[in-house]
Design a protein around this ligand. Sequence first.
Ligand SMILES: Cc1cc2nc3c(=O)[nH]c(=O)nc-3n(C[C@H](O)[C@H](O)[C@H](O)COP(=O)(O)OP(=O)(O)OC[C@H]3O[C@@H](n4cnc5c(N)ncnc54)[C@H](O)[C@@H]3O)c2cc1C
Length: 449
Amino acid sequence: MLRSSIPRFTDRTDVFSWGRVRREPQRLAHPTFADQLSGLAVDATRPSRLATGLRRSYGDSCLNGPGLLIDMTGVDRFISFDRDTGRLVAEAGISLSHILQVVVPQGWFLPTTPGTRFVTLGGAVANDVHGKNHHRFGSMGCSVRSLGLISGDGARLTIGPNDRPDLFAATIGGLGLTGVIEWVELQLVRVGSAYLDVETIPYDNLGAFWALADESTVSHEHTVAWIDCMSRGARTGRGVFTRANWASDGAYTIHSDRTWKSMPLELPGFALNRLSVAAFNEFYFRLHKMKPRHQRQHYATYFYPLDAVLNWNRLYGRRGMMQYQCVVPPGSDRAVMGVLLDEISRSGQASFLAVLKTFGDVASPGLLSFPRPGATLALDFPNRGVETLALMARLDRIVADAGGALYPAKDGRMPADMFRRSFPDWQRFAGLKDPKMNSDFWRRVSLDD
Ligand SMILES: Cc1cc2nc3c(=O)[nH]c(=O)nc-3n(C[C@H](O)[C@H](O)[C@H](O)COP(=O)(O)OP(=O)(O)OC[C@H]3O[C@@H](n4cnc5c(N)ncnc54)[C@H](O)[C@@H]3O)c2cc1C
């Protein structure tokens, strides 16, 4: 068989994660065929390596400054798809967007999806992503039936829930640290059309959110709230709750990847300030009060509203942004979300609407998976250096005291003690980590140079 030549690693200064805060040069290779992957394992000068996808992770978990990055986006082919059973096997660098264009017309959808379709299958598995239907289907890893893993010394393995289960559990949500995921076998879900029946309900405070969440997780497959993180006092947590079920009739129309806008430049830092953000949030809240409560929406409109503007992360200027996403366990979540939102609102640092959602109790299969029962809050902060770091440290204390955790995919600065406290299986994971794989994230949280 003719083997493809192994691509070279080159120094790059234009490789960032989604938050655009970290700007260290990276050394990266871009393979286009799976048979090139084992060969990329060898580079004596820079021993550690890491696979990456579309780098929609916000912080440093998809970066490897001192080592090598293997950009998987060229290894992106379908291997097989059974339109009767919905069993899909595809190379890990394929995007969720591409998968949907093929499977939706056959009446299938991803078992769960994050808020952007511009992520790779491998990246979605390595972060064990969750979506608005976590309370029904759990995280992405719950639907992975097997996967191909290439270890740091080039060996190829097939693993699954019953086939080397320890390594499988370390690889789901394992942040690329157990090896390169070459391909994934995924069980898709049947849908009755490409459309959802969506209810949009503006509500006035956190109390109203909990009532809506309680009733909606029973009646609806998808639930989420956009909240105004600038509101305070009796209005803390006010927002717009959406809940949806798949429509059982309608066409299987696919989305188009012709986005209608792209953020051309990084905006100047002063464009985002307390006044402009508060005005936007007020406008958004009032707009939804005027809109009809029931609507039929295409999956792209419902799941991926932010994908309409390519590169929207440039809005935050050259210093970039940091996202903070935490989960707080049931019991303390109701009180703690109020405390977190008061702290954020008082700081005046948060940007646009935040996202609040309840997770169900479907257990994630990964040792380092973030989703767990409770409520999760996610929001963006323009990077203002020490001021932002100090606020996040205050939020960390509140989350840690409540027994919560931060999402590694959204993180660029979680201290090692916070990581160890909130991911109790980290030592088991460390024993299964491939010694040749590493990331800036892991060096930070494992205190490993
Ligand atoms: C607008 C937006 C909305 C989002 N919404 C959500 C959400 O609702 N829920 C959620 O869970 N996340 C969400 N995210 C985060 C995003 O879905 C995840 O970070 C996703 O995993 C990124 O995939 P990627 O292909 O960009 O991977 P990358 O960011 O490039 O990499 C992610 C991790 O996977 C590893 N990796 C990538 N490919 C491979 C491979 N082939 N083999 C081994 N390891 C690999 C990397 O080393 C890294 O640790 C959102 C992000 C954005 C920008």
